[in-house]
Design a binder for this molecule. Structure first.
Ligand SMILES: NC(=O)c1ccc[n+]([C@@H]2O[C@H](COP(=O)([O-])OP(=O)(O)OC[C@H]3O[C@@H](n4cnc5c(N)ncnc54)[C@H](O)[C@@H]3O)[C@@H](O)[C@H]2O)c1
Ligand SMILES: N[C@H](CO)Cc1c[nH]c[nH+]1
Ligand SMILES: [Zn+2]
Length: 432
């Protein structure tokens, strides 16, 4: 059974903070292993990438077949049935449109002193997108990572994907084709991240690396940060559903399991204001689990990391929602109430409003990005977007008159900091 908490009972604060403090990370010696792999790839380049790939994924790898040819990519993509092809294209169109709307505008104005100030957004030159291999390879995640880079104007998009046993995933290849990956390399793990960051004899380095992966991939991304930029490190998925008693318990149960089925470490939380309704949802979860393909994963996640929190009134939910700062928050109630409640929520990766907006729509086709902050990172971060592939360059232009207006204060501060050359570069221009 998932944890059950009553927000109005004595001792709630203590139990709730223990719940928030639970560690769902599972890695131990991963960082040490990854440090060795990254150093080896830096030292030996292709040869190291080939050795690790042969060991972990596919013995048939060579420096010559690491990069997939256009023919290999399109042959694999061609295997995708029409219905899935259409669904991917539909999703891509919507994701691209939403991310176009996210493009920031350049800033350029002249202030009252006559100084021109501005900011220009320009894309990174090259982005590397990590796509997990095996059964965890989600074609939707390929779209969610590559399309924002494309919209941002990144010229070279490099996808890496391990191909266990040498097998290409047709849907992943099709998603790469639709989204517009310029290069696809059949490599993964820490060795792929290191190759993207530092380059090898055959792989040119990139400037930014994004995309989910297992603990080795996450540790490698943390390690190469600084050499390249990285996106947020997205951990196991999370869903928090705030639901009133007028919902169908089965709908809510399915929503809770939609993220539980990703990973045994995923987290699903229900906040309800009616104990009988909450009990009905818990029973419905058990019924749903009976027919779910991934029942073992979803069931473990629900039992070990799930929680049901009872509140007196749903108006009491926002501080609890903010403390959990979940990746996904569903507000399952009438739309006007959902809108009003959403205004009071400050920390969430994404909010889904109303009874007819299941989180899964955001995973695939809404158009918003499904790479979102987990493990309470929504307190300080949003999801992946075009801004992740852009850098802001600021612009300053003084005239002799505006320099005269700004200069004296700059001189005073340069003097206070004991930086004489700074002061001279201003005072000489002021004729002092
Ligand atoms: N948050 C998201 O949006 C999202 C989406 C998809 C997948 N994921 C996550 O991605 C992960 C996918 O994991 P995966 O393992 O199937 O694929 P992966 O591509 O992340 O990792 C495979 C690589 O791990 C490396 N590896 C495996 N065992 C190793 C060892 N003992 N030492 C060193 N390296 C080792 C190998 O290099 C291998 O190529 C899961 O954790 C899943 O939850 C998250
Ligand atoms: N919900 C996941 C991120 O938490 C993303 C995803 C991919 N496919 C289905 N779901
Ligand atoms: Zn999902």
């Amino acid at each position: 059974m998932p944890l059950r908490l009553d927000a109005s009972a004595p001792g709630f604060e203590k139990e709730f903070s223990a719940f928030l403090g639970r560690n769902r990370d599972t890695d131990e010696n991963v960082d040490r292993v990854v440090a060795g792999i990254v150093a080896d790839v830096r030292a030996r380049g292709d040869a190291a990438v080939v050795d690790y790939t042969a060991k972990f994924d596919w013995p048939g790898i060579t420096a010559e077949n690491m990069r997939l040819s256009d023919a290999e990519r399109s042959a694999a993509a061609a295997k995708v049935p029409a219905a899935q092809r259409e669904a991917l294209a539909f999703a891509a169109k919507r994701i691209e449109a939403f991310h176009r709307a996210l493009l920031p505008k350049d800033v350029d104005f002249t202030d009252s002193t006559g100084t021109r100030l501005g900011a220009r957004y320009r894309p990174v030159d090259a982005a590397g997108v990590y796509v997990p291999g095996g059964t965890a390879a989600y074609p939707s995640s390929v779209l969610m990572n590559i399309l924002p880079a494309k919209v941002a104007g990144v010229r070279r998009i490099v996808m890496v994907v391990p191909t266990p046993g040498g097998t290409l995933n047709p849907l992943v290849m099709l998603a790469a084709e639709i989204a517009g990956a310029d290069e696809v390399w059949r490599i993964g793990g820490a060795q792929a991240v290191a190759a993207l960051a530092y380059g090898t004899q055959s792989i040119r380095p990139v400037d930014k690396i994004t995309g989910p992966g297992n603990a080795y991939v996450a540790a490698a991304k943390r390690r190469v940060f600084g050499q390249v930029g990285i996106d947020l490190i997205a951990g196991p998925s999370e869903i928090l559903v705030v639901a009133d008693r007028h919902n169908d318990p089965q709908w809510i149960a399915a929503d809770l399991l939609s993220q539980a089925e990703h990973d045994p470490s995923s987290q699903s939380v229900l906040i309800a204001d009616d104990a009988a309704f909450a009990d009905a949802v818990v029973r419905a979860v058990e019924v749903e689990l009976e027919t779910l393909d991934r029942a073992e994963i979803a069931g473990a996640s629900w039992r070990d990391n799930g929680a049901v929190i009872l509140v007196r009134d749903l108006a009491d939910a926002p501080p609890i929602v903010d403390a959990i700062a979940a990746e996904h928050v569903e507000l399952a109630m009438e739309m006007a109430e959902a809108e009003a409640l959403s205004q009071k929520i400050r920390h969430a990766g994404a909010i889904f409003l109303g009874r007819h907006t299941p989180e899964a729509i955001g995973d695939y086709v809404a158009g918003t990005n499904h790479v979102l902050p987990t493990s309470r990172a929504a307190r300080f971060s949003g999801g992946l977007g075009v801004a992740d592939f852009l850098k802001r360059t600021s612009l300053v232009a003084c005239t002799p008159q505006s320099l005269a207006a700004l200069g004296p204060s700059a001189l005073a501060l340069a003097e206070a900091e004991g930086l004489g050359a700074h002061g001279r570069s201003v005072s000489l221009r002021l004729g002092r």
